[in-house]
Design a binder for this molecule. Structure first.
Ligand code: FRU
Length: 317
């Protein structure tokens, strides 16, 4: 009996040593410290755009700093049905926490609610779902960014001009908010939206829509695109038509290697930062897993980049 007790203590001591000393995820898991090791499922709506690749990289970099968590990524390849299935798979697998960046609000609302009902905390990142059946939403204020873009453009154009608006997917909340915010920002100015189209966040679609706008209108003073790939697609269309120098291009995202680089090169006149929230999501996940209360909504800041401030790293909104 005493001997059995002794052997057990030895096994426990070895398990603790392996778990604490190596700092390695496999060792921590193998040590059997079940409740000290957590699996986070991450449902990404697509990896077709650099911004989403950056979001996953930010999540991974933050998760890698913590030996007691692992993050499993699924890419829905811009397919809502696939993303719904991914959420259901994570729930059946019994992940400890789910992070989701949903493609569209309405169709992902129910699977998220089901995960919550199954006892899995859910962090909704960047694009919101409907209602409030989730644990925490993290994202920047899209309405504020849209409004700032409108006000900036009105000032830049001296309160008059013809604008093309290339919208993000209008079944997603950022698309709606960046649109309504922009209208608020230009209200009372002489700016007029002469052409608007849903380019679904995609550069090739933005380019096609801008081709149509250029064919229809002899005068276009500015393009407001809901993201930098959209603004860049519009720029390429205008350049092919020899009209890019007559037009002010404004985008959103401000990744260093994308929108900020476009501003530095003089392709875009302005871009507004939309942070990925990857690091904040992991920080919040750890707090939830530790049993802490977290705010229902975490609003991230934004920065404006223009030719005047790009060298200094932009300025806060
Ligand atoms: C990437 C993206 C970003 C945009 C965000 C909005 O898929 O389109 O460019 O800022 O999603 O949710």
């Amino acid at each position: 009996m005493v001997r059995r007790h002794f052997t057990f203590l030895w096994i426990l001591a070895i398990a603790l040593f392996v778990g604490c000393s190596s700092g390695d995820k496999d060792a921590t898991r193998a040590a059997g410290k079940a409740r000290d090791f957590y699996t986070i499922g991450m449902s990404q709506c697509n990896l077709g755009e650099p911004w989403r690749v950056q979001m996953n990289a930010d999540l991974k970099a933050a998760a890698d700093k913590h030996p007691n968590i692992e993050i499993v990524f699924k890419d829905a390849q811009n397919d809502t049905l696939k993303q719904r299935a991914h959420v259901e798979e994570f729930v059946s697998a019994g992940v400890d926490l789910l992070i989701i960046s949903p493609k569209e609000a309405a169709p992902l609302t129910e699977p998220v609610a089901k995960a919550v009902d199954a006892g899995i905390p859910v962090i909704v990142l960047d694009r919101a779902v409907q209602g409030d059946n989730y644990t925490c939403f993290i994202g920047a204020d899209n309405k504020l960014i849209g409004k700032a873009a409108g006000a900036w453009l009105a000032k830049k154009l001296g309160d008059k001009g013809k604008v093309v608006e290339l919208k993000g997917l209008m079944t997603s909340i950022p698309g709606h908010d960046r649109h309504s915010g922009f209208l608020e920002g230009i209200a009372g100015s002489g700016l007029e939206v002469i052409f608007e189209a849903d380019m679904k966040w995609l550069e090739p679609d933005a380019r096609k829509e801008m081709d149509s706008a250029l064919a229809r209108f002899d005068t276009i003073d500015a393009v407001y695109a809901h993201n930098d790939p959209g603004a860049h697609g519009a720029y390429l269309a205008a350049k092919a038509a020899g009209r890019e120098k007559d037009i002010v291009f404004v985008g959103i995202d401000a990744l260093p290697q994308e929108g900020v680089a476009y501003v530095a090169q003089g392709i875009l006149s302005a871009t507004f930062q939309y942070p990925t929230g990857g690091a904040e999501a992991i920080d919040t996940a750890l707090r939830i897993l530790a049993g802490e209360e977290v705010p229902k909504k975490i609003v991230l800041g934004s920065r404006l980049f223009t030719a005047d401030n790009v060298k200094q790293g932009g300025e806060p909104l």
